[in-house]
Every structure is written in structure tokens, then in C-alpha cells.
Design a binder for this molecule. Structure first.
Ligand SMILES: [Zn+2]
Length: 250
């Protein structure tokens, strides 16, 4: 059974930051399902990442991936030079040919950018979004989210061994994990941290850190403050203020 709150999040039109996270919810559910705190904190990271890779493959089969050498794939490849191994983590970047303005990441270093987002933004802003997604991976937001989902869903929980590894999951379970990554609902603090990470990373790469701010402004202009990728949670004004402070600290 999918917890009701999670289901509501999965059903939300907004992606990426569309749902207010309730940090207490998953923990309480885990306890009510009999998952001990010890097990919840010792779920093997390597196993979670391997599961993320399987879910990523499943997502790639479900979506239309821009073929190597195509304009979108070439543009993304050029933008992500120097990021395919970053901070000790390998990243795998691909474009989904879909009009939706979206991007998402998974714990194994999967980053997928939709062509709709690449059409909506110039290079520096697309790169800012990519750095934001890399932040969710490096700051373990994607890992924590998948871990919590596995430990709070009865069907997934059954696949977790005492040692904290994850057994074979069905194709539909992997699809469910992948879809959860697309509809990621990170907390307000996680989003602000990922923005800060993007500001620092852009600066480290020799790019303008304010590209992160401009990416949010682009989305604000397109979707307004009430909806759309990146825009509603936390409020754009709060994010922009946070980005300005992070850039001032560089
Ligand atoms: Zn985010």
C-alpha cells in the first residue's frame, strides 16, 4: 500500500519540489510497520544505489532518450563536461525528449533533463539546474528519499534483508521508484541546500553562480509563483534571497 500522503505527492502535477515534505511522516510510518530505527539507518547505501540504477534503466526504457549525436544530446554532453565524475561520484546524463519542463536525479548519479527544460533556458541556466540536481545526489537527498520509500512501503520492506541489502524487485516496483524520483518531494531545506550547492559548483567550474537565480526567474516568468518545476516550494522569493546570500559568501 502506498501511504496516502506519498500517493498525494505522486499524484501532484508539480514535480521536483511540488509537495511539502513532512519529515515526521515517513519515520512514524516506518515505526508503525515495524521497521526498527537501527535497520532504517543501516540500509546498505551500495544496495540502494544499485536499485536506483535498475530503476533508472526502467525509466530510460519508458521515455524517449535523445540519441547520441543528436542536437539535444550533444548540447547536454557539452554542458556536462567536467561533471561526469564530480566529487567522487559518477554521473550519467541523458535528455528525455519531452515538452515538460523538468529534470530529476537518482542516488546512483542518474541525471535526466527534459528537452522542454532545455528549450526554455539558455546554457548557463540549464547547467545551474543540472548542478542543483547533482546537489540532491551529493547531499544524499535522493538516497534518503529512496531509502525511506523502500523502508515505508510494505512491498519494498519485504525485499530488505536483515543485513540491509535489497533483494530482487519487480519491474513495476522499479517503475514506482523511478516515478518517485521524477516526482521528488524534497524538503524546503533540501531545496535550499541544493540551490547553495549549485551556486558553489557553478562558481568552482568558472561559471556565473547567479545562473541559478536566473533559472528560477525563468521558471517564475513561465509558470508564476504557484506552480511548475522548481517554483512552489519553497517560495521563489525565499530561494532567490537564499541564492543571493550563498553567492555573497563565495
Ligand atoms: Zn531540487
Amino acid at each position: 500500500m502506498v501511504p496516502r500522503k506519498l500517493l498525494l505527492c505522486l499524484l501532484a502535477v508539480l514535480t521536483f519540489s511540488g509537495c511539502a515534505a513532512d519529515d515526521g511522516f515517513n519515520k512514524e510510518t516506518a515505526i508503525s510497520l515495524g521497521v526498527g530505527v537501527l535497520q532504517a539507518t543501516t540500509l546498505d547505501e551500495k544496495s540502494v544505489k544499485q536499485t536506483a540504477s535498475l530503476a533508472s534503466e526502467k525509466m530510460d526504457r519508458k521515455h524517449k532518450v535523445a540519441p547520441d549525436g543528436s542536437p539535444y544530446a550533444t548540447r547536454l554532453r557539452n554542458l556536462t563536461q567536467g561533471l561526469r565524475n564530480y566529487g567522487g561520484q559518477n554521473f550519467d546524463f541523458k535528455v528525455y525528449l519531452e515538452e515538460e519542463v523538468n529534470a530529476f536525479a537518482m542516488a546512483d548519479g542518474t541525471v535526466r533533463v527534459y528537452s522542454g527544460l532545455m528549450d526554455a533556458m539558455p546554457d548557463d541556466q540549464v547547467l545551474a539546474v543540472i548542478c542543483h540536481e547533482i546537489g540532491h545526489v551529493q547531499l544524499k537527498h535522493t538516497y534518503d528519499q529512496m531509502k525511506e520509500m523502500i523502508l515505508t512501503d510494505t512491498a519494498f520492506k519485504a525485499a530488505v534483508s536483515v543485513g540491509g541489502t535489497i533483494g530482487a524487485l519487480t519491474s513495476s516496483q522499479l517503475g514506482k521508484l523511478g516515478q518517485a524520483a521524477v516526482n521528488a518531494h524534497f524538503s524546503r531545506d533540501d531545496e535550499l541546500e541544493a540551490d547553495n550547492f549549485a551556486v558553489r559548483t557553478l562558481n568552482d567550474l568558472g561559471h556565473d553562480p547567479y545562473a541559478m537565480l536566473r533559472a528560477i526567474e525563468t521558471l517564475q516568468a513561465r509558470f508564476g509563483s504557484g506552480g511548475g518545476f522548481l517554483s512552489s516550494h519553497p517560495a521563489n522569493e525565499k530561494r532567490i534571497d537564499n541564492i543571493k546570500k550563498a553567492a555573497a559568501r563565495l
